[in-house]
Structure formats: C-alpha cells, structure tokens
Design a protein around this ligand. Sequence first.
Ligand code: VAH
Length: 310
Amino acid sequence: NILILGACGQIGTELTLALRQEYSNDQVIASDIREGGENLMDSGPFEILDATDYDALEEIVAYYEIDEVYLMAAMLSATAEKFPMRAWNLNMNSLFNVLNLAKDKKISSIFWPSSIAVFGPNTPKMNTPQHTIMEPSTVYGISKQSGERWCNYYHHKYGVDVRSIRYPGLISWKTMPGGGTTDYAVEIYHKALSDGEYTCFLKEDTNLPMMFMDDAIRATMAIMKTDITNIKERSSYNLAAMSFTPDQIARSIKQSIPDFTITYNPDFRQRIADSWPNSIDDTEAKADWGWKAEFDLEKTTNEMLRNLKH
Ligand code: VAH
C-alpha cells in the first residue's frame, strides 16, 4: 500500500487523487498534520499524522501495511525564511524518519521532492545542468540540498530505493500553494478572475523555471514506476517544462482577459527568486526514464482559467 505524508499540500492533494485513480482508493492512505478538502477526505483512508513523529509514522506504516511512501510534507522557501529552525526540523526529520523506515526494511521505496531551490546565486542560471555548483542561500534550499545528500548516502550505504525530482515552481488550481516564492504564478490567475488585477511580489523580468501540476504529477508517477535500473541519479533529477517572467504570464492572461492589469511591488521573496536559475537542463530525466513535458505557458493559462472560472 501507499502512504502520502503532507497529502493536503499543493502537490500532495493532486498526487493523492492521481494515485487513487491509478490504484484503488483503499490502497492509498493520505495523511497530514491537518484535515484537507472533501475531495481528498472522501476518496479514501485519511490519518492525522505529524511526519516528524517517528513512532506515530511507524505505527501507521505497520497498520496499513505500507510499502511505498511519498514524503510531500515540507515548509517552503518563503515561510522557511521566517521560521528557519522549524523548517529545518520539519524538512529534515521527516526525511530521516522515512529513510530509516526503509533502511530497517519496514518500507520498500520512497519518493522525496527536491527543488530548483538547491541551486544558488553562483550556479549557472541558463540551462542549469544536473551536476553543477550548488550553494543555496535559503533555508529551504539548504534543507533540500542536504536532503539530496542524505538520500544519496542512504541509497549507496543501505540500498534504500529513494527517488527524487527537483521540482520547478508548480502551478495548479485544485489547492492553493503554501508559502512558496513561485506562488505568485498561482495567485495571479485567481486575482485576474476575481479582481481583474494583480499586484506581483516579484519584478516583471524575474525569469523562473515553472511547470503545470499535471506534468509534475505525471513525472512523479513515472519515476516511481520506471524500472529501478533506469534510476542513475540518487540525489535528485533536474526536471523542466517552461520558464517565464511575471510579464509573460500576465500577457498570456491578457489573451483571455484583455482588461487584466498587473502592478509590481517586490518584497523579500525577490531575493529568493534572484538566487534561483532561469532555466533547467533535464537531459538526464529524459534519457533515464523518458521524461517529456506537455504543458507550455499558453496551455497552462487556458487550463487554469478554464478550471477557475466556475
Ligand atoms: C517554493 N514552490 O516556491 C516552491 C518551490 C522552486 C519553488 O520550491 O518555495
């Protein structure tokens, strides 16, 4: 059976629903520190669970006979800057809990999300390669870079089958994101429909790697399904779909909502965004497990506005 930690989050919600489509509802146990939306709660087993509580986690793994864990619980980049020690505790101790369950053969495989946040100000910004300098300047980025090192260590030392993807900024409509720097790219669609205008907390030319959630979910399920011999990167895989600036996403929205206006009022998140790459080279994900993105900015905007209109 499958257990998702952080099932109420931006990725966790859609991942749970997608896995319940793929497998049977009762095989996919959702858990989070708090309850989620009814579509999540009504579609299968749910447990209130603190991912940093090893004993509680071990009990749920035994009770539901879990063999695969998706660890989607984390504190994201903006919030982590406000609460560094809480972010480190959540992001790292939840990872140690699942890695140690696998080391002790209590579960058989793990998915753990990394992020483009592992890259820092002196990482090459264009077509950032899989292997390059990584000096993250955010708490979140430090936790993700350290998490990658631990995943790689547990695989090579204990044979743990942990697989990981460096997600770009993710755009989705089913659940609001929580505390990320790329959240502007979700908020802008909601505000365009509700207010016809949006004040963006990043500068208009801030070019960031982004991905529509359907692509991210498909990649996550693909990497977990592919034959273990295809997984060559045991830190985390670069993954790419598109890159755009606030100005470009605003223009794509104006195609459907001509009167939409955007203004810019950069805040502390600008410095976080400026430390990240502009675009990502995902040659290895393409070569090792056949990755191919399907959503560009135009398709993303159409999907977001179509689904948010109701
Ligand atoms: C964040 N959405 O903004 C996350 C993600 C690359 C960005 O890690 O923190």
